[in-house]
Design a protein around this ligand. Sequence first.
Ligand code: NOJ
Length: 549
Amino acid sequence: MDKKWWKNAVVYQIYPRSFQDSNGDGVGDIQGIIQRLDYLEQLGINVIWLSPVYESPNDDNGYDISDYYAIMDEFGTMEDMDRLIVEAKKRSIHLVMDLVVNHTSDEHAWFIEAKKSKQNPYREYYIWRDPRDGGVPNGLGSVFSGSAWEYDEETDQYFMHLFSKRQPDLNWENKQMRYEIYDMMNFWLEKGIGGFRLDVIELVGKLPDREITAHGPQLHEYLQEMNRETFGKYDVMTVGETNSATPQQAKLFSGAERNELSMVFQFEHMVLDQQPGKSKWDLRPLSVVELKQVLSTWQMELQNEGWNSLFWNNHDQPRIVSRWGNDQKYRVESAKMFAILLHMMKGTPYIYQGEEIGMTNIVLTDISQADDVETKNMYQERLAEGYSEEAILAAINTKGRDNARTPMQWDDSKEAGFTTGHPWLPVNPNYTTINVEKALTDQDSIFYCYQKLIQLRKVNPIMVYGNYQLLAEEDASLFAYTRTFQGETWLIVANFSEQVNEVQFTEVATDLEPIISNSTTHKRYDLQQLRLAPYETFVVKLDSSLYVK
Ligand code: NOJ
């Protein structure tokens, strides 16, 4: 058993633009985060993953960095950043910086130089190719719609961008570029940060000419080099964003002996409500059986090798309670179900800002209300392809990234206490009923369920190290599993549906007091006679192993 501090950790993701504005300009900032550290301490988390705060023209809200050594004006100064690191540390919170090294902004000094001429020393920091038959070099597409190649008239070549055309891809085959990145990472590590979240890191070994983007042949070599030259010398955590990783690949990234990353984000569960082989906008209903299969495969595969990161939400995903729960009648119940199901699994749990109070999706009625570059590009593309405006908006309201990016709802005052000015993205109108202040005054709130889960994790090694076993695989709505550690077994049971569910376990265990539950009526559980309310979820300790009848 390989013990590491980040296995015990619970991470809270902050999307700084939307967290807390301290100066009334309508944009969240670092001082705002500092003001809210006591709240995070109260929640109990011990790591913050901070979405990018570097200088950026914000074509993709900070994921297009124009200077890795400077802080975006709207967010504050380097002094603010240094203070945030210190203030977080005082509260035993590690600060994990989001780092985007697959690409930069087109306003980064390297790219400005690179564009000047084919002979420019920075030319090779990016990926340039000659036109083919008077057009794009090949068929590679951008994640944000259209071709991955953008023509530069001045030098008569195309540069590659797997995201927006204002996010040119760095050329990782260039050693000098790689070492400039490592120097920059060391600059941040020396400030005492707690690690890095590495944006789309699976793409850095790409072979553009063979149209290979993810998991290229040199990817792991680069990561081992990065580890050796930078964070490997520090006791920090690293998490790689790997959109297409399989469990086998995840073991390569996170295997203890491999000296690459602490863990990766896998997204197999995040695509279960899209049509196979199509894009995220092509929807289909979730199958709970499939969700159980996918998550359990990851649990089993990384049981003894590698490490899982666990999440339902981030700044790119819709709100989980709206997505797969019920954000109206059973908002509280379903939000707590998601919390308990996830935090009881093996891996490091991540909470996305607002998840702990059950924030929901928003409804856009017109594309002019959208901010996100991915959403806006898709809208234009689909309109041109003949989709109806109504269908496109329905997809945006279900899957669009702005859903997660509306301002944090702190209280029921104007603009939800996020800003005294005009927020950069509208506040969800439900802030008068869903907000932090309200959650803190209600002992049965979603907030306290998260707080309890985090507390439980601190004192129960079974939550961190226990082995996972799925039960009732084929059941269409029951999500049940056990965790076992040093002779102790916990049973986790969730009714993942809006119907009452009657369940019987063969275990003769009656009158069990739950370790945690989302029920306000059941104070005890009888495993031979369970009548579970919609989304009812509980955890009990068992004496022996069991199975569902
Ligand atoms: C993944 C990030 O999470 C997303 O927000 C961003 O748009 C892309 N990478 C490109 O950096």
